[in-house]
Design a binder for this molecule. Structure first.
Ligand SMILES: Nc1ncnc2c1ncn2[C@@H]1O[C@H](COP(=O)(O)OP(=O)(O)OP(=O)(O)O)[C@@H](O)[C@H]1O
Ligand SMILES: [Zn+2]
Length: 576
């Protein structure tokens, strides 16, 4: 048994997440966590909402609510939707937690002691019309790199380049649209990432097994232009973690808060602390996941995220943790593997939260159960390139893989048994060469499935699982128990006994992808034994003759053309 810490990029608080967000972070992390738990490992899977920063302030203002109230409400909404998608976090925390405040302030002090924080006088855009500085997303304009006209003050969404507000061409206030902006001087803390460049580069060089997408983005940032740049970690805002020095004011930083990108990844640590507190455990309980001197040396830590989050996770956050251990007294656990994703696009364009384009988690659950979405999203995960959601493709995959292959198998086997032998596993007959050949093929395919899951090759794992389902249908076709029954009922009983055992086996193997259907299969088989089929022949004899079962309701209904057209029309525009 190994110990696995898993985190997914923490979803931003300012709205309901779309299917792109889901498949780019939380859903694959959940798949992996479920798989590892299924194999008997100790897993801590953490996620939280990312609550600080300008977009939260803007969204709260738009909703006419105080920002803390707005965040608390949106946390509940996101929690309910992640439960709806069966995301099995051990804890769903909040980056505005007291734990994160304490850890963020603490790590900043450690970085300061290490000489890795510098105070910089800088020019910031001030809006007289709004009576405030306009950091990050409070300001919009044209990207100097690619010419995109809706680039934000912190990053261009189009080309992913990180920006400073003063880089923008033709800037305007995102609050009022005002263009009478002026540049004023203010002071901010900078994380001296440039000093850490060598250490980070050496560390990335040890990660030969990481996805190319992850390391190529990291290397680009390390080496492009003048190399890795220092990064401002404070902002002139009200909403955020106050910049303080061991509880006392940080001289010159009064009234400032940490930049959201500094405190958000620290929430991964804080979330473990929140989890321990919620469980009524001592501090050691979370430190044994995060401090290599306190029990975390044997932890394997895997992070999941979309490509735009990679620079922060490969460089800024490791720089924070490495820097905080400058004297060797705070050895924080560094990530072992970063699984990153390209983008999922929507029907010929991009998903967009700000424009309300695409399918969002609440709408998705209104129209179909979670498993339908989970299966499609995971089996089409944007791993090696961007991928696209189309309603035709969604309909085709659901109908073929889930309804025709898996659902149909379960239905045929259970109904046939009920009509010929009754609702219990039939006795008689023995497994012969056909069953032996099937067992051998399944053993090989399960081996493939495990290998892909362990490598977090999600599309390949989905393909291997589908192939395992197909084996069942092909076996039924070949063995034809309905024909066998006429000549040799005992042999037909053996065939059906094997097929009923396959239903339990499928439930166990499929649970990481489609947990509700897996549970329905187990319930139908009247078993709660979810032991992994390490020994396939034994697993196929698991349900003994006489073991009662029941015919389940339809596991997956097909999507009709009318329904597809209806949804296609309903989700073609933008939502208000
Ligand atoms: N279309 C997409 N496909 C895959 N992953 C995505 C997509 N859009 C965002 N992500 C990822 O989703 C995760 C959560 O994102 P977050 O809540 O911060 O929203 P975001 O990146 O601001 O997206 P948006 O701008 O669409 O709201 C991040 O890891 C991000 O990289
Ligand atoms: Zn750009």
């Amino acid at each position: 048994m190994a110990r696995h810490l898993i985190t997914s990029a923490i979803p931003y608080i300012n709205g309901i997440k779309h299917l792109g967000n889901l498949v780019g972070s939380q859903l694959p992390a959940d798949l992996y966590a479920r798989y590892l738990r299924g194999r008997g490992h100790e897993v801590l899977y953490l996620c939280a909402t990312d609550e600080h920063g300008t977009p939260a302030e803007l969204a709260a203002a738009k909703a006419g609510k105080p920002v803390d109230e707005y965040c608390a409400e949106m946390w509940s909404v996101q929690k309910r939707l992640s439960d709806g998608f069966r995301l099995g976090f051990d804890h769903f925390g909040r980056s505005s937690s007291p734990q994160n405040r304490r850890l963020t302030q603490h790590l900043a002090v450690r970085l300061h002691e290490a000489g890795l924080i510098e105070e910089v006088r800088e020019k910031q855009v001030y809006s007289k019309a709004d009576g405030r500085f306009l950091p990050d997303r409070y300001i919009e304009g044209t990207c100097p790199n690619c010419g995109y006209d809706k680039a934000r003050g912190d990053q261009c969404e189009n080309c992913t380049k990180q920006l400073d507000p003063t880089d923008l061409i033709a800037p305007r206030s995102a609050i009022s649209g005002a263009t009478d902006l002026e540049v004023r001087e203010t002071r901010h803390l900078y994380l001296r990432q440039s000093v850490m460049r060598r250490a980070l580069s050496d560390w990335i060089d040890t990660k030969a097994d990481w996805p190319l997408l992850t390391t190529s983005i990291a290397r680009k940032w390390l080496n492009d232009g003048d190399g890795l740049q220092d990064r401002g970690i404070t902002r002139d805002l009200d909403w955020g973690i106050p910049v303080q020095f061991e509880g006392a004011p940080w001289q010159g930083m009064e009234g400032k808060v940490f930049y959201v990108w500094f405190d958000a990844p620290i929430e991964y640590l804080a979330c473990a602390a929140e989890w321990a507190e919620a469980q009524g455990l001592e501090a050691e309980a979370w430190e044994r996941w995060w401090r290599t001197d306190k029990g975390a040396a044997d932890v394997r830590y895997t992070q999941f995220m979309g490509k735009d989050n990679v620079p922060f996770h490969t460089l800024s956050f490791p720089a924070t943790l490495m820097g905080a251990n400058h004297d060797g007294t705070e050895p924080w656990k560094l990530v072992d593997y970063i699984k990153s994703f390209n983008y999922l696009n929507y029907d010929g364009g991009q998903f967009s939260t700000s424009q309300g384009r695409g399918v969002f988690m609440d709408d998705a659950l209104d129209i179909l159960p979670a498993d339908y979405w989970r299966w499609w999203l995971l089996s089409h995960a944007p791993e090696n390139s961007d991928s696209e959601f189309t309603w035709e493709n969604f309909q085709a995959s659901v109908n073929k893989d889930l309804a025709d292959v898996l659902g149909n198998f379960v239905s045929r086997v259970t109904k046939f048994c009920r009509s010929k032998f009754g609702e219990a596993v039939p006795e008689g007959g023995v497994y012969g060469p056909q069953e032996q050949a099937l067992t051998d093929r399944l053993s090989a395919r399960i081996g493939d499935y495990e290998a892909h899951m362990e490598a977090i090759e999600i599309r390949k794992a989905a393909g291997a699982l589908r192939a395992i389902w197909v084996e069942g249908n092909e076996y039924l076709q070949e063995a034809a128990p309905w024909a066998t029954f006429k000549e040799d009922p005992a042999q037909a009983a053996a065939q059906i006994r094997l097929a009923l055992n396959l239903v339990r086996l499928y439930a166990v193997l499929s649970a990481p992808f489609i947990p509700d259907a897996a549970q329905a299969m187990l319930t139908a088989m009247k078993t709660d034994d979810t032991s992994w089929p390490d020994d396939v022949p034994a697993a196929l004899g698991h349900l003994a003759p006489g073991h009662a079962f029941e015919v389940p309701d339809v596991l997956f209904a097909k999507i009709t053309d009318e329904a597809r057209e209806d949804w296609q029309a309903r989700f073609s525009g933008t939502r208000g």
